[in-house]
Design a protein around this ligand. Structure first.
Ligand SMILES: [Zn+2]
Length: 277
């Protein structure tokens, strides 16, 4: 059986699994190994278990840090030590090593339904595919790199984009986004941002205000001067518009280096699936 985790070092594991499942598993592991939960901070992925050590009740501590990496894996790091004293005999570390051993077993048992971690080599393989992909020119039939800006033979601009991006662009209007999204893309990078429309009452207000200010000013000065004087009024409204537009959701995906970043994973999960990163 292959392991469902990757060992970063003696006390650190990496795996592909849902964050809350890993968190729950780590908590169960502390309890089933006779530890008492001292800190339970789901939000920052921090768990601390306490054990009795000789006469030192609850002095032996093991902390488990769980975080999501940039590659969207889960990294689990275990740290052992003592509360209010120094780990002279390395017992804290020993406890941490013991616990991570148990965690490895549990991970292998519980997460067998998950795919193996995409290794760095696989990612490199994907990058290489983009870099070495050759396409033929529509104008002269010459061959050149998919990433080149122009055809090397005739100089025709290259309009190749990654097939997964092409697929997403075609499907984007059919995806169940709760808000409209605008997309921008290059050959292997695509981003999307939600459009937060200004409320209609504000648009009417802005229109009327502009009209009134223009009318009043044009009575005092000439119409052209009035239009110029209206500019500062519009500029003053900009911060209000920003506020009304609110926070936008976005994602950026780079198919060359496998980078994925989003402010709303749930909203853009479909995009990610199509992009295959
Ligand atoms: Zn050409």
């Amino acid at each position: 059986m292959t392991n469902k985790y990757e060992e970063i070092d003696e006390l650190t594991l990496r795996l592909k699994a849902p964050f809350n499942d890993v968190y729950q598993l780590a908590m169960d592991e502390i309890i089933s190994n006779g530890g008492k939960i001292k800190t339970d901070d789901f939000h920052s992925g921090y768990l601390e278990g306490a054990w009795r050590y000789g006469l030192n009740f609850g002095g032996l501590r093991v902390a488990i840090h769980i975080r999501k990496t940039a590659e969207d894996d889960i990294e689990l790091h275990v740290e052992g030590g003592f509360k209010n004293s120094i780990d002279t005999f390395g017992s804290g570390k020993k406890k941490a090593v013991e616990l991570i051993g148990k965690l490895k077993n549990s991970i292998d048992k519980q997460f067998n339904k998950f795919e193996n971690i995409p290794k760095k080599e696989q990612l490199l393989e994907k990058q290489k595919k983009i870099h070495t992909k050759l396409i033929s020119c529509n104008t002269c039939g010459g061959t050149f790199s998919a990433l080149a800006d122009n055809c090397v033979k005739c100089g025709e601009p290259n309009n190749w984009i990654h097939p997964n991006i092409e697929k997403l662009i075609k499907l984007k209007d059919k995806l169940p986004f709760p808000n409209p999204v605008v997309f921008e893309w290059s050959r292997y990078e695509i981003s999307g941002e939600t459009i937060n429309e200004l409320p209609i009452w504000y648009k009417i207000f802005r229109f009327l205000l502009g009209g009134v200010v223009l009318l009043v000013l044009s009575k005092i000065v000439s119409i052209w001067l009035a239009i110029i004087l209206l500019i500062p009024v519009i500029l003053l409204l900009l911060p209000i518009e920003r506020l009304l537009e609110g926070k936008k959701e976005h994602f950026i995906a780079n198919l060359e280096n496998g980078h994925w970043e989003t402010s709303n994973e749930r909203m853009f999960a479909d995009s990610r699936k199509i992009l295959d990163i």
